[in-house]
Design a binder for this molecule. Structure first.
Ligand SMILES: Cc1cc2nc3c(=O)[nH]c(=O)nc-3n(C[C@H](O)[C@H](O)[C@H](O)COP(=O)(O)OP(=O)(O)OC[C@H]3O[C@@H](n4cnc5c(N)ncnc54)[C@H](O)[C@@H]3O)c2cc1C
Length: 350
């Protein structure tokens, strides 16, 4: 579990970081922010870049700014702990406060950044293993590793043998919450800075997970003002409730008027597909309606149709799919009936 050898550079500005990334040999540079995902992956020898670009010294990428007209701007280096405790996030965007509070444990939230959380590597039971373990198996599509002792050595997907598609799973918690808030990401690259909807940032491909070039940097997240004040909650399945990646995650936001009619709604899921995804039918099913057990069940079933859990984790696909349904139902009930109580409820798979 030692680190591979690499050169480390510590740019102090975005321009400097972009220059370093552009000058690096193709595919040979990795960005590190908090390092809570990248460093364990380097130790597992999932990749061995020549160059690691430590962006933590770029002060301009830190901090949270809020204005009722412009919305919320979160610098990429803002830590998850800062977001979790920021009064404006807790009051105006409770789904995000809950989701970041559910990431890993306090140590990772103190180090881990929102940029790193949105750019996480996808995860799979057959990939996130030691080099020895992966070699014995002959590698996988995402990380080929021919077994010299096997007579007919070829790289296969152990999740879907015969397939050519990598099903490694998007296992971050903040992305589904931000999807329900219509967030955008700001990306800096050789052609300047652009903003694009977060939903277009994910490619739903376990090997090629995000729309970010090797010479680009995620610099900020923007949450539009119209999403402020939405009711919201996040539900998460994991093995150890104190510190674990999600095995299924459901984020819900809603606007409900005085008559109890839903005026806006989003449901997003994570940890069951190679990308975090909005459930397309949720909004159509919910808007203009009052709560009923039948309607909530219908949306919960639509969520299970968007989620495609496979054998990428220690939990079974059947259980994770069922928990999508249960979490969606509970989250909708909370948003509709007990919007202030979400934080105190237990995220449990029981
Ligand atoms: C035991 C353990 C449990 C964990 N549990 C969870 C969990 O429950 N939920 C969860 O979501 N995560 C979990 N994590 C992963 C991690 O702690 C968080 O996702 C964290 O937010 C990652 O942020 P970071 O700054 O540490 O990212 P890093 O490790 O620094 O980077 C992660 C990835 O993002 C890229 N990157 C980072 N910043 C940028 C940027 N600004 N622009 C472009 N690319 C960038 C890096 O190149 C790397 O590929 C866990 C980690 C551990 C070790």
């Amino acid at each position: 579990m030692t680190l591979p050898a690499f050169s480390l550079v510590r740019p102090q500005t975005v321009a400097e970081a972009l220059r370093v990334l552009q000058e690096a040999a193709p595919g040979q540079a990795k960005i590190v922010a908090g390092g809570t995902d990248l460093i364990p992956n380097l130790q597992m020898k999932l990749y061995a870049p020549q160059l690691v670009v430590d962006i933590k010294g770029i002060v301009a990428l830190r901090g949270i700014e809020w204005s009722p007209r412009q919305g919320l701007q979160i610098g990429a280096l803002t830590t998850l702990a800062e977001l979790e405790h920021a009064p404006v996030v807790r009051e105006q965007f409770p789904v995000l406060a809950e989701a970041v509070a559910a990431v890993a444990g306090p140590l990772q939230r103190n180090m881990g950044t929102i940029g790193g959380n949105l750019c996480l590597e996808t995860r799979c039971l057959w990939y996130n293993q030691s080099e020895f373990w992966r070699r014995a198996l002959g590698g996988c599509l995402k990380l080929p590793m021919p077994n010299p002792h096997a007579a007919l050595s070829r790289t296969i997907c152990h999740v879907a043998p015969g397939g050519k598609f990598c099903w490694a799973v998007w296992s971050g918690d903040s992305a589904p919450a931000l999807l329900t808030l219509d967030a955008e990401v700001e990306i800096a690259g050789p052609r300047g800075r652009v903003r694009r909807p977060l939903r277009d940032f994910y490619k739903n491909d376990g090997m090629d997970r995000i729309a970010l070039g090797p010479d680009e940097l995620l610099t900020a997240v923007h949450v539009p003002a119209h999403a402020a004040g939405r009711r919201g909650t996040y539900r998460k399945l994991r093995i150890r409730n104190s510190i674990d990646y999600p095995l299924a995650g459901v984020a819900v936001t809603m606007e409900v008027d005085r008559e109890g009619i839903c005026r806006a709604a989003r449901v997003a899921i994570a940890a069951v597909n190679p990308a975090p995804l909005l459930v397309p039918q949720a909004e159509t099913l919910l808007v203009g309606k009052k709560a009923s057990p039948e309607l909530i069940e219908e949306v919960a079933r639509a969520t299970t149709r968007t989620g495609k859990p496979l054998t990428t984790s220690v939990s079974t696909p059947e259980y994770r799919r069922e928990m999508l349904r249960v979490f969606t139902r509970r989250a909708l009930q909370t948003c509709w009936h007990n919007p202030g109580r979400a934080e105190h409820e237990h995220n449990s798979g029981d």
